[in-house]
Write a protein that binds this ligand. Sequence first.
Ligand code: NAD
Ligand code: DAU
Length: 378
Amino acid sequence: MSRSIIITGGAGFIGSHVVRLFVNKYPDYRIINLDKLTYAGNLANLKDIEDKPNYKFVKMDICDFEGIYKLMQDEKVDGIIHLAAESHVDRSIKDPFTFARTNVMGTLSLLQAAKLYWESLPEGYEGKMFYHISTDEVYGALAMNHPEGIEPPFSTRASSGKHHLAYGDEFFRETTKYNPHSPYSASKASSDLFVRAYHDTYGMPTIVTNCSNNYGPYQFPEKLIPLFINNIRQRKPLPVYGKGENVRDWLYVEDHARAIDLIFHKGRASETYNIGGFNEWKNIDLIELLIKTTDRLLGRPEGADLDLITYVTDRPGHDERYAIDSSKLQRELGWEPSLQFEEGLEKTVRWYLENQEWMDTVTSGEYLRYYREMYGER
Ligand code: NAD
Ligand code: DAU
C-alpha cells in the first residue's frame, strides 16, 4: 500500500462519500474509516465498498487518544482526513457539552496522537498531512443588504440554473475574521484554531477547509433537505424556522468530496481553502423548489404539497446569510462544482424516494440497535 490514511467520521454523511471516493479511486491506499457510530454514523452508507481489500472500519471515539496513537503505529498512518464531529446546530443548542467534547477535545486527541507518532519516525513530518474539515459557520453571518437579490459577482456550474442571485455584497473569504454564534460553530472554530496551532508550534503539515451547506444522498434526516423530503412523502408539516428568509449556499456532497481529494493531494500545507457553490438560496425558495420537485417525482400535481409549509419559532441565534467565495480554490487548484443545483436537487430527491428502506431504518433507530448489538454500547 502506497499510503495509509485514517478518515474520521467516514460512516457519516460527507465522510461516507469521501471514503467511497478514496477506496474506489486509490486501490493502492489503505483507507481506515475511524468512526464511533453515534446516531449519525451508519455503516449502511458504505455497503457497496465494505468488502474492498483496501478498506477497513475501526469503531473508535476520536477522544480515545491512546487508541488512536496505537492505531497510527499499527497501520503506519501517514495522513488523516478529519470529518468526525457533532454536526447539527439545533442539537448543539440543547447539548453544547457533547459538541465541545467531540469537536474540540476529539480534534485535540487526534492532533496529539499524530504529533507523537509522526515525530517518532526518522523522517518526521515529511510526507504527512493532517487535513481538517471545517465549516463556513465559523465566520458567523453575513449581512443581507440586498434582500431582493442582485446579480452575483461570480457564477459556477452550481449556480447556473434559473435562480442566480446574491443577497448581499459580502462573501466569506479565507481572510474573514472568525465570529461563530452557535455552540456548534464555536466548537468548530476552536478545533480549527488547534489545528493551526499544531502547524505553527510543532511544524505539523496541516490544511483546514471551510465548506458551505452540503446536500445529497445519505444525509441524516434531521437536516433541512432530507427531513423535508421525508415529510413531504408522508404529507407531514414542514417546520420552516422564522420567516424562511435565511440564506444558505448549497453544494452537492460529491463535489465537496472531489474538492477534499484535490486539496489533500495538491493543497499547500498550512493553507486554508474555502469550498462553496456560489449558489445562494433563501430557505423558502429552496423549500418551494424541493416541494415541486418531490411532488413531480411522486406523480402528484406540482405544488400540491405547498400547504405543508408551517412557519415555526425561529432557531435561537439563527445566522442570516452564508455565502462562500471559493475563488482561491478555483484559481489555485482548478476545482469547480460539477452539478447545477436543480439537477443535484432532483438527483437527491430521487435517491431518497428510491431508498425508503434506508430512511425507515435511520428514522426507526433500528440501525442503532443493530450496531449496538454488533459493536457493544457506544
Ligand atoms: P454527520 O453528522 O453526518 O457525521 C458525523 C460522523 O462523525 C458520524 O459518522 C459520527 O458517528 C461520527 N462521530 C461523531 N462523534 C464522533 C466521535 N466522538 N468519535 C468518532 N466518530 C464520531 O456529519 P457531516 O454532515 O457528514 O459532517 C462531516 C464534517 O463536515 C463535520 O466536521 C462538519 O462540521 C463538516 N461540515 C459539514 C457540512 C454539512 O453541510 N453537512 C458543511 C461543512 C462542513
Ligand atoms: O454551512 C455549513 C453547515 O450546514 C454545516 O457546518 C452543518 O454541519 C450543517 O448542519 C449545516 O448547518 P445549517 O444549520 O445551515 O443546516 P440545517 O439543515 O440544519 O438548516 C438549513 C437551514 O434551514 C437553516 O437556515 C435552518 C433552516 N431549517 C432547518 C431545519 C432542520 C428550517 O427552517 N427548518 C428545519 O426544520
